[in-house]
Design a protein around this ligand. Structure first.
Ligand code: ZN
Length: 268
């Protein structure tokens, strides 16, 4: 009996130690998960220019403040620069996405740096004038990247508009109502419509009820997508980005937030 008791005692001691080890392992795991949750999940480099149209610069500055404020809760790191020469492989190696707030690259080196980045899985979020291109742009890769639409017209002055959600289930739009009032913006018309490209997924469109939209320059109708993605890339374009009213809508601010998070976390 004594012998049996001592065996049982050793067994209990082993179980106690095993439990201690298991508790330590669990505690360490919880700590490291918590530490991981504090780390940025993705890193963003936003490009802008201070020397372009005043209303676009104003938007860029407000956007930088907006994304600075939400970066922590959405687990990303947000940096902004006016140095478009940073569009090169060495600089972009540490960033999962780039943002163009109020301009686009103008030199062949900046353009080819961006092409290489996007063709190797980089992410892009472009606002408003970021997608502007016309006969003078002479950058065929970029036109194809955007889905084929060339700038064709706009409303003036900037005005609010009703926006229709094309796909309410998409991660970028699922926190939006099926249609919503967007604050004052200069809206661009593209020809051909990016929707005609089978690789493009349109997410938001100007509602037909807006037309005619404008006074000096008028959008009279037709298909005007305002947000889309070319599914061949990790990219999202949104037409919002003119003036100081863009961040005055809580609904649209959700969109601004979800757009950034979707591109940053998406995989090709
Ligand atoms: Zn504008």
């Amino acid at each position: 009996m004594v012998h049996d008791f001592s065996r049982r005692g050793r067994w209990l001691e082993m179980m106690r130690r095993a439990r201690e080890i298991l508790q330590t392992v669990i505690a360490l795991t919880v700590l490291s998960v918590a530490a991981y949750a504090q780390q940025p999940v993705f890193h963003v480099l936003a490009f802008y220019s201070d020397t372009v149209e005043h209303d676009h610069v104003e938007f860029a500055h407000q956007a930088i403040r907006f994304y600075d404020e939400i970066a922590k809760r959405d687990h990303f790191e947000f940096k902004a620069t006016t140095d478009w020469d940073d569009l090169n492989a060495a600089k972009l190696a540490g960033y999962q996405m780039v943002v163009w707030l109020d301009d686009f690259p103008h030199t062949p080196q900046q353009r080819s740096g961006f092409e290489t980045y996007m063709e190797h899985g980089g992410g892009w979020l472009g606002f408003h004038i970021a997608a502007y291109n016309d006969a003078e742009t002479r950058w065929p890769w970029f036109l194809s990247f955007l889905g084929g639409g060339v700038f064709y017209g706009n409303n003036w002055p900037p005005m609010p508009a009703t926006i229709t959600v094309d796909d309410p289930k998409h991660p970028v739009t699922r926190r939006l109502p099926s249609s919503f009032p967007a604050p004052s913006n200069e809206w661009y018309l593209w020809r051909p419509s990016p929707r005609e490209n089978k690789e493009v997924k349109v997410l938001l469109t100007l509602a037909p009820s807006n037309y005619p939209l404008g006074m000096k320059d008028v959008l009279r109708g037709g298909d005007v997508p305002v947000m889309w993605t070319n599914t061949r890339y990790r990219m999202l374009y949104m037409n919002m980005g003119h003036g100081d009213r863009i961040f005055t809508s809580e609904i649209q601010n959700r969109l601004m937030e979800d757009a950034m998070v979707w591109v940053g976390r998406s995989e090709r």
